[in-house]
Write a protein that binds this ligand. Structure first.
Ligand code: MTE
Ligand code: MOS
Length: 782
């Protein structure tokens, strides 16, 4: 706020005038409410789960007697205490809340201790004894596939005729890739708080992206109707997909204890519990074969994806589907065959993570192009550029592209100069022996919509109160991505009122029912469009009242900045007066609206259809510098041209891009999940799992906001931005490869992400290079 008490334009969407997000003010003051900030009711009990120490086995004995005798312990729940179904599987019913006879992964909950304090619950956990007869443990997805451990049958997307296409190719290259998983590391760990209400109703405060999923699953496990369960979510301290399905476990556990004890029960996970017990981004192992003609057009592409799903389906089938949808990234390839296997292993069930399988698919085509480029001794961008999608090109799943790929690419070139940047990198490399730079381009193309068509629906409830203030409820969950601010902007724009008079309330299943999770980057679009419809409905009634009062046609009434205009001129009527007049006439000032996009469909038998309302495009240039003595590196810059449609909140959207890029770079370069052969997570703490910190973010991130004109059904034409930028991070991986190759032309690097400093170092000094250096003057290799 400036000294006149006016909110400046840039800060318009914050009541306090401090930023582009309405939450900024309370965030920086520590006043924002997360699960742990909800004041606990007197008599609240605390829960903690006892989880399996082994990855696969048969439970022979579970002895809780000593634990039950511990001070403060109220009760210990097991599978036998579940009144309904012991089942939390969302897509496929294959996951127990509490292990009954078998455990399938390290960290699988077996019992739930409820005690007077958090400390007492955790102390009692240590006294539980379990004997488990070990069964075969599988951690590798290829092994799982060999043994027939598939969660769903394999799926194949095809276009053209792959078998005849190979004969037309001048160059054919094959290879294998690995991408590792990724820990979500939301700042707020998983958690829930269940509070009993009258008549058996249970209110669950849950740190979830999917309040309805928590409600539905709690009802199933407790065998009570959904209307007995109220789920309420104020905001999350990050979700990133990790709380789309996996927040359910803790919400349902608290509800189970609350159901039996008739007392409030809270469970807020410790960081190491969270890292150990929850699933992550899916690791993939993949094979590719790519064929090009003499002009570097990709004629044929074949890929086989082995998805490491973990021990239960969770969201894996849907994630796998998106891998197939995005297997050709931003390129048109006339002949494609892509097959994916959803492989059951004994790891915690892997789950949604920003990009939802898309990044894993895109990595493989980028590796295929990188390999072709390496073999042909040309920069990969020459191949990338020649194969960018054009409008009208068909994706392997049948949808025709409304492409912005060339626009993004050429703008990138125009702004930053691809050849010039490459020349700078080459010059640097020829002048420097012990530091090398590498550069890579990363075009992206990401489909917006839930690929399960029915999930593309949302509702919004808009109330105008008699003092003119407005309340909005939608199914969208705020998790830092700014969706509440966007909802508020929608109402502010349609009503043309000051944003400070609008309040977005918590996401609550009693206000908005049957919500889809806040996911697929689609929350702002779906809930925003529903809000738009609701606001317009109320606005129409208000205008009618004004028209009647002012004796003009309703089409001649406008509301601008809280003032009523008739026939283009200002009237005596303002927003508040009009609201009160409408109320006095007993006309509703509230609306519940429903939105679902038209024209989306997908035929699972044919694997063809039109699953996405639109795609988001973009291009990034990443440049890195490696230290060839130590193997450490820095990302110098990530220069982006991103297709925003027409951004409705540039500050939030910029934040989404920057955050996504850093998270993507983390996945591709430093975050390394390690499970041992016994299926135990070795990197279960922040001392062993490295995420990007302020020192490892790129020295420069430049985002050019490309306004694109094509029709999209995004809210106000402002395209979804939550996930797509993460995929720019893949560029850093290939830039590192190129830097290593600048030092060691015989590095023989594998396509094995993340590209950690260790792998860089190994690449720099692979055997051939070691010998070469030994013979060279001045450098002694030990
Ligand atoms: N941004 C922040 N700050 N925190 C998050 O948890 N989740 C991401 C993205 N951006 C996330 C985020 C993921 S995985 C998705 S799907 C989208 O936000 C969901 O929100 P949207 O649909 O409103 O874009
Ligand atoms: Mo995001 S992975 O769709 O929650």
């Amino acid at each position: 706020m400036n000294k006149n008490g006016k909110i400046s334009e840039a800060n318009k969407y914050s009541p306090s005038g401090v930023g582009g997000n309405i939450d900024s003010y309370t965030h920086v003051r520590g006043e924002s409410v997360y699960l742990d900030d909800i004041p606990v009711v007197n008599g609240t009990l605390f829960a903690s789960a006892f989880d399996s120490p082994v990855a696969h086995g048969k439970i022979k004995l579970l002895d809780t007697t000593e634990a039950e005798a511990m001070p403060g312990v109220i009760r210990i729940f097991t599978a036998y205490d579940i009144p309904g179904e012991n089942q939390i599987g969302g897509i496929i019913p294959d996951e127990e809340l509490l292990a009954n006879t078998h455990v399938h992964f390290c960290g699988m909950p077996i019992a739930l201790v409820v005690a007077e304090t958090d400390e007492a619950a955790r102390a009692a956990i240590k006294k539980i004894k379990v004997e488990i007869e070990l069964l075969t443990i599988i951690t590798d997805p290829r092994e799982a596939k060999e043994k027939g451990e598939l969660i769903i049958p394999p799926r194949t997307f095809q276009i053209g005729d792959i078998t005849t296409a190979w004969s037309q190719c001048k160059y054919i290259f094959e290879g294998r890739t690995e991408t590792n998983g990724q820990e979500h590391l939301y700042i707020e760990t998983q958690g829930a708080y269940a509070v009993p209400q009258e008549n058996g109703v249970i209110r669950i405060y849950s740190s979830t992206q999917g309040p309805t999923a928590v409600q539905r699953t709690a009802a199933r496990v407790l065998a009570i109707p959904m209307n007995q369960i109220e789920v309420d979510t104020t905001r999350l301290g990050g979700g990133f997909g990790g709380k789309e399905d996996q927040a359910t476990t803790w919400g349902v556990m608290c509800a189970l204890a609350c159901y039996h004890l008739k007392k409030p029960v809270k469970y807020s996970l410790h960081r190491m519990e969270d890292m150990r017990m929850t699933g992550k981004r899916h690791p993939y192992s993949s094979d590719f074969k790519i064929g090009l003609n003499k002009d570097l057009k990709i004629l044929a592409y074949e890929a086989v994806f082995y998805q490491n799903a973990g021990a239960a389906a969770d969201l894996s089938p849907a994630v796998m589907e998106r891998t197939l949808f995005h297997c050709t990234n931003s390129y048109f390839i006339p002949n494609v065959k892509a097959t994916a296997y959803c492989c059951r292993t004994n790891l915690p069930p892997n789950t949604a993570f920003r990009g939802f399988g898309g990044p894993q698919g895109m990595f493989v085509i980028e590796a295929a192009i990188a390999k072709a480029a390496e073999q042909l001794n040309i920069p990969a961008y020459e191949i990338q550029q020649k194969n960018l999608l054009q409008t009208g090109d068909e994706f392997p799943y049948g949808q025709k592209a409304e492409s912005e790929a060339n626009e993004c690419w050429s703008k990138t070139n125009q702004l930053y100069g691809i050849k010039k940047l490459q020349q700078n990198v080459d010059d640097f490399n020829s002048k420097n022996k012990l530091y090398k730079k590498g550069m890579a381009l990363m075009p992206i193309c990401f489909g917006i919509s839930f690929t399960k068509t029915l999930m593309n629906q949302a509702r919004a409830l808009v109330h105008v109160y008699t003092d003119g203030s407005v309340g909005i409820s939608t199914g969208a969950v705020e998790m830092g991505q700014g969706v509440n601010t966007k909802m508020l902007q929608v109402a502010a724009k349609i009503f043309s009122i000051d944003p400070v008079n609008i309040k977005v309330t918590t996401t609550n299943t009693y206000r908005i029912a049957n919500t889809s999770p806040t996911a697929a980057s689609a929350a702002a679009d779906l809930n925003g469009r529903a809000t738009e419809i609701a606001c317009n409905a109320v606005l129409q009634r208000l205008k009618q009242v004004a028209a009647d009062e002012l004796k003009v046609e309703v089409s001649k009434i406008e509301i601008k900045e809280e003032t009523v205009f008739a026939n283009g001129s200002k009237t005596e009527w303002d927003w508040k007066k009009l609201v009160m007049a409408t109320y006095s006439k007993r006309i509703s000032l509230s609306e519940l609206a429903h939105y679902t996009p038209e024209d989306i469909h997908f035929n699972l038998n044919k694997e063809k259809g039109h699953p996405f309302v639109y795609h988001v495009y973009g291009t990034a240039i990443s440049i890195v510098t490696i230290d060839c003595i130590r193997g450490i590196y820095e990302v110098d810059s990530v220069k982006v041209v991103h297709d925003f449609g027409k951004s409705m909140n540039t500050m939030i959207d910029l934040g989404q891009c920057e955050g996504g890029i850093v998270q993507g770079i983390g996945w591709m370069t430093m975050e390394e999940l390690l499970y041992n052969k016994e299926g135990k997570l070795m990197t279960s703490a922040l001392s062993t799992y490295k995420v990007p910190d302020i020192y490892s973010v790129p020295k420069e991130i430049t985002i050019h906001f490309l306004k694109t004109q094509k029709n999209n059904s995004a809210i106000f034409g402002s395209k979804a931005v939550g996930e797509p930028p993460l995929m720019y991070g893949i560029g850093a991986y290939f830039a590192l490869h190129n830097a290593v190759k600048a030092f060691n032309t015989t590095a023989g690097l594998k396509y094995d992400a993340p590209m950690t400093p260790e792998k860089v170092l190994m690449g720099l000094y692979s055997p051939a290079k070691k010998n070469e250096l030994l013979n060279a003057e001045g450098i002694k290799v030990i």
